[in-house]
Design a protein around this ligand. Structure first.
Ligand code: MN3
Length: 253
């Protein structure tokens, strides 16, 4: 016999599953596609009732060689990011209606998340969100400098691209322990360079991440060991400025 409680749970699960299917097609962050609507994503969503799924890496594991090695990318995406997704889904299963919200909605208003899962959503949801962006913020044959409006805004806020780069690198070097360095867009079009600890994201502080650098040791230790500064300067060679520029354009309007 199906009790009322079971019926509610079944409905919530079905709704979560529907939301997952929708998300696979259109996970958006301010108009910018976070996940890619591709067959691999649809298979992931179709095979699971979990509301959140691991987006496929948008390039091969070795695409960022020699700056970021293939083994690091494979473990980073397939183990670390996958674990954030699994733990996020586990937390959401305790409060199924959260599965109807996008990851952006959850992180933008953590105070609205029930206390019993708030830390888990902050850490694992943040991990899922940050990494989903991070993969897109890099590409094969990346690097160089931004163009157009973003280049002008960087000059305006930081003096020049080169002083922005120095400031970003210094912020990333100085993160104590595990965390991220960000270029973020705040109210009134203000650009900031800022660190976050753990998997915290500028999104939870009212700013949109434009560019982020993961400085957890899992992001670089196999190739760079303790030489985080070397990883940071190498990483600038794989930055996908086209993605960052488009993201800036769509978020600032
Ligand atoms: Mn990471």
């Amino acid at each position: 016999m199906m009790t009322r409680r079971h019926a509610i749970k079944a409905t919530a699960t079905a709704a979560g599953c529907f939301a997952a299917t929708l998300k696979a097609f259109s996970v958006q962050a301010g108009g910018v596609l976070l996940g890619r609507a591709n067959p691999a994503n649809q298979v992931l969503a179709g095979a699971s009732h979990d509301p959140f799924s691991l987006p496929p890496l948008p390039y091969a594991f070795d695409a960022l060689e020699p700056y970021i090695d293939a083994q690091t990318m494979e473990i980073h995406h397939g183990k670390h990011h996958a674990a954030y997704v699994a733990n996020l889904n586990k937390a959401v299963s305790e409060v199924p209606e959260l599965g109807l919200k996008s990851i952006e909605e959850l992180l933008r208003n953590l105070d609205a998340v029930p206390e019993k899962v708030r830390v888990a959503i902050r850490n694992h949801g943040g991990g899922h969100y940050n990494h989903s962006l991070f993969w897109q913020m890099m590409k094969k044959d990346g690097g160089g400098e931004p163009k157009g409006e973003l280049a002008a805004a960087i000059d305006r806020h930081f003096g020049s691209f080169s002083s922005f780069k120095d400031r970003f690198a210094e912020t990333a070097v100085k993160v104590f322990g595990s965390g991220w360095a960000w270029l973020a867009l705040g109210p009134g079009g203000k650009l900031t360079v800022e660190p976050t600890p753990n998997q915290d994201t500028p999104l939870s502080m009212g700013r949109q991440p434009l560019l982020g650098l993961d400085v957890w040791e899992h992001a670089y230790y196999l190739k760079y060991q303790n030489r985080r500064a070397d990883y940071i300067s190498a990483w600038f060679n794989v930055v996908n400025w086209d993605f960052v520029t488009e993201r800036y354009a769509s978020l600032k309007s």
